[in-house]
Design a protein around this ligand. Structure first.
Ligand code: GLU
Length: 479
């Protein structure tokens, strides 16, 4: 039998990192065991579901490199099929019409709260006669359809991550609502637990891998599977992603959508790499910097931890910086050039671009750091206070003057940039000043301050873009 796994996102918001991580675990597991990774858009909440969110989710999956098989299924297209299964459950006595009003439910909740009990429906309409049902309908009461849950039943399954899980029927909140309110003898719009079971069965899903917040739903769904005589898939419940306070990472925790991570300058391969480690640790703990392909070779659901995984920005940043460093240079150059293009910065040559990318990549954490790091090579950086002080208080200007003299005596093309160090050594020796003074002065001239990337490589780039001499000259102009 073919292994079939699915991601079943609700398109009620932007693609969230929690959903993306569930997608990743499903995808990785399919790579390991073989089979298909499918998408089902759970848009039964038609007030909150939006097609722009569906697009955002699919775009995000593509960006992360998580390709799916087959055309995504839209749950709302299957509403009438879901209803037909609700009807079936009613016909076999497993479900019934319940007329409890919102008001009655609130009163019941208040009473339960007062007695310190969890909210639970009292199944008061489980055994209504045909006459009682007719009377309620003639009074204009609306009804939902409830699925009978045996209070005494114990639901047990072997979770692939958590081992045996037991759930008592008594703890499921009373008989389960399968559909929204409807008038007369209608069946209202089907709800999540019913639709999931019907669709997972229809799609021949063999493994359900989803967040641990669905554990109690799984208990309910197993009862529906059994009532409909459907074959059960295996279930795996992944740990939640937690914020720094140990609570479930939610939309309130600043950055949570995949779009935002992309816009901040995270690479898809780095984000996927980081997400895999959120809750999973390989048995053979090899490098932590891995491609999706490498992870899929060592991934197993059984290595996923049960405890929640705290989101850690520092680790994500580190992983991103490592992926930037390891990235094939032409691929990285292409990405960085897009940033330059947006800034209207033009590089003098392909070779120059590549050299600059090589120079800055080691100090980049986020892709957009490329803007700040490369800016002084495109635009003349103003001289900052520390730079100004350095020029005033030392032999700095004198060293620059001598250096400039030396440079202008050479034909521009004749200076071997790889011998730049030797030139600096030679000048400082011959004129008897500390090499450090000249180096720092050049830094001030090139970058306006005392820090920056490797000086010799920077000089090489600035000389190629013909801006080294003018940068030195500006330091010698007396105000
Ligand atoms: N639509 C559900 C969610 O987004 C999916 C749960 C499931 O995988 O069954 O949480």
């Amino acid at each position: 039998m073919e292994n079939r796994l699915r991601l079943a996102p609700s398109p009620t918001g932007l693609f969230h990192i929690g959903t993306a991580r569930t997608a990743l675990f499903n995808w990785l597991y399919v790579q390991k065991i073989g089979g298909k990774f499918l998408i089902r858009i759970e848009d039964t909440d038609f007030l909150r579901s939006k097609s722009k969110y569906t697009e955002n989710i699919l775009e995000g999956l593509k960006w992360l490199g998580l390709k799916w098989d087959e055309e995504p299924i839209k749950q709302s297209d299957r509403r009438s099929i879901h209803k037909s299964y609700i009807k079936k459950l009613m016909e076999c006595g497993a479900a019934y019409r319940c007329f409890t009003t919102e008001d009655e439910i609130s009163k019941l909740r208040e009473e339960q709260q007062r007695r310190g009990l969890p909210p639970k429906h009292d199944n008061r309409h489980r055994n209504l006669s045909k006459e009682e049902i007719d009377t309620f309908i003639s009074q204009g009461r609306t009804s939902v359809i409830r699925f009978k849950i045996d209070e005494k039943i114990q639901i047990t399954w072997v979770d692939q991550i958590r081992g045996e899980i037991k759930w008592q029927g008594n703890d499921l909140g009373g008989d389960l609502v399968l559909s929204r309110r409807a008038k007369d003898y209608e069946i209202g719009d089907p709800l999540y637990n019913l639709a999931v079971v019907v669709d997972d069965n229809f799609m021949n899903i063999t493994h359900v891998v989803r967040g641990e917040d669905h554990i109690s739903n799984t208990a309910k769904q197993i009862l529906i599977y059994k009532a409909l005589n459907f074959k059960l898939p295996t279930f795996s419940h992944t740990p939640l992603i937690l914020n720094s306070e140990g609570k479930k990472l939610s939309k309130r925790d600043s950055v949570t959508s995949i779009d935002e991570f992309r816009d901040m300058g995270y690479l898809p391969e780095a984000l996927a790499n980081y997400m895999a480690f959120l809750g999973w640790s390989p048995k053979s703990s090899e490098s932590e910097i891995l491609s999706l392909d490498e992870i899929s070779k060592i991934f197993d659901l059984s290595d996923i931890n049960k405890a929640g995984a705290k989101f850690n920005w520092e680790k994500l940043n580190w992983i991103n910086s490592q992926h930037i460093k390891n990235m094939e240079i032409t691929k990285l150059s292409k990405i960085i050039k897009r940033y330059w293009h947006d800034m209207c910065w033009e590089s003098p040559s392909q070779e120059w671009s590549t050299k600059l990318v090589i120079l800055i990549r080691d100090s980049m954490i986020l892709l957009k750091d490329a803007i700040d790091q490369s800016k002084p090579f495109f635009l003349l950086p103003p001289i900052q206070k520390e730079g100004q002080d350095f020029l005033e208080n030392t032999d700095s200007k004198k060293s620059l003057e001598i250096f400039l003299n030396y440079l202008t005596k050479q034909n521009a093309g004749e200076i071997d940039k790889h011998k730049a160090k030797e030139i600096i050594n030679e000048i400082s020796k011959r004129h008897n000043f500390k090499k450090g003074i000249l180096m720092k002065s050049l830094r001030v001239a090139f970058f306006g301050c005392l820090s920056g990337p490797d000086l010799i490589q920077s000089w090489e780039l600035l000389s190629e873009s013909k801006s080294d001499i003018s940068r030195i000259e500006r330091c010698l102009v007396t105000n």
